[in-house]
Design a protein around this ligand. Structure first.
Ligand SMILES: [Zn+2]
Ligand SMILES: [Zn+2]
Length: 241
């Protein structure tokens, strides 16, 4: 059975439809064996996003809260099909971790061809670490083609518990995506996308799915904090984690 040691996509009250503080998130994580939490509130074009000062001031947070390593990041919105996100260069300079996701509020859903072009372009954007919840039925795409590109450009593919739970079609799409990641040996991250502290590190549906197809734990980047740290330092060698 795969166990999680990090949660790489979480929200705090800085996103107004989330309900816990970073301290509450970390304290729940600490009690449940989670060693690292990426704080990834919504970037600026989302209606409930914090002001850009939220990101500019992340530097004042300690590296560890309640003993849990905090990665200071954002969930960027993919805003077109050319590989662009809604975070300016100055703000990116303050971030240690970037999830990039399609949301219908910030990018109008289009055709399978356009979504495929969008994911292929975002794969090439060097600032992105994780492709957030690429399983929503609104943004269907050529999964096999894109999974190969995610591998080529060293992106982590997210299996998102919250999407599996709440978004139409995500369960089937997540299973298909996981099978492709297994076939092509692409790193996945099983994340909660928690909007409340008691959901941090919790992904029973995704973990059950992984077990059902015998998904190798060595490809689940957040199942081992040392493996995750190695990945992060390969991209950001100066980070003090
Ligand atoms: Zn999202
Ligand atoms: Zn999210």
């Amino acid at each position: 059975m795969i166990r999680l040691q990090a949660d790489l996509h979480t929200h705090t009250i800085a996103s107004t439809h989330a309900y816990s503080t970073i301290t509450e998130n970390c304290s729940f994580a600490a009690k449940n064996g989670i060693k690292c939490v990426a704080m990834t509130d919504h970037a600026m074009t989302m209606p409930d996003a914090p002001h850009c000062w939220h990101y500019h001031n992340l530097k004042i947070l300690p590296r560890k809260i309640e003993g849990v390593t905090v990665l200071k990041g954002a969930e960027a919105n993919i805003i077109d099909y050319d590989g662009n996100i809604d975070i300016d260069d100055e703000t990116l300079g303050y971030l240690e971790w970037v999830v990039a996701s399609f949301h219908k509020y910030t990018c109008k859903p289009s055709t399978v061809e356009e979504h495929t072009r969008g994911y292929l372009s975002i794969a090439k954007n060097p600032i992105i670490d994780i492709i957030g919840h690429p399983t929503t039925s609104m943004f269907e795409y050529d999964m096999e083609k894109c999974v190969k590109a995610f591998k080529e450009y060293n992106k982590i593919v997210e299996i998102n518990e919250s999407s599996i739970m709440w978004k139409n079609g995500s369960r089937e799409n997540a299973l298909e995506l996981m099978k492709l990641c297994k076939k092509y040996e692409v790193f996945i991250s099983i994340d909660s996308d928690a909007h409340f502290h008691e959901l941090i590190g919790q992904a029973p549906l995704a973990l059950e799915m992984a077990q059902s197809i015998d998904f190798p734990s060595k490809l689940v980047i957040n199942s081992d904090f040392d493996m995750l740290r190695e990945y992060i330092l390969s991209k950001r060698p100066n980070l003090d984690i």
